[in-house]
Design a protein. Sequence first.
Length: 177
Amino acid sequence: MFSSYKPTWMVEAIYQITPQQLQALGIKAVLTDLDNTLIAWNNPDGTEELRHWLAQMEAAGIPVVVVSNNNAQRVAKAIEPFGLDYTSRALKPFARGIKQAYHKLGLSSKEVVMVGDQLMTDIKAANSAKVRSILVRPVVDTDGWNTRINRFFEARVMKHLQKKHPDMVWRGELNDR
Ligand SMILES: [Mg+2]
């Protein structure tokens, strides 16, 4: 019943994903949610770890593309400091934005991974697009009211999933199993 919300992996934070781990899995590009995955609303410039991680990905030739439900203006402004490409109005939990993003990169669904902090939007969208996914912990605990309501349902879905899939645990890195 909840399998469409099941992430492929669960990693504490996006910056714990290394180019080597991705390459070993045949992943050539990272698609990522914006809010609370890459940046926190109260720290729009991102952390030192994030900047270091982006530099690592760039050096390895792995594009990082933001896939966000927000409008183009908001997304463009938010990611300006990082110089990333993006797909806005992605309509997560639907597959549209993710498909658009990997088509634009000239890659297949098997060659990208979707990273996000929400099962009900990011992970569900990845599963709809048949793309592997990485759930990360939200960058900050405080959210807007709409996200807070989502998180209430997320916690319930997570409980069901973890009961059914005991291997669904938070890991320090992708291949840590
Ligand atoms: Mg988010």
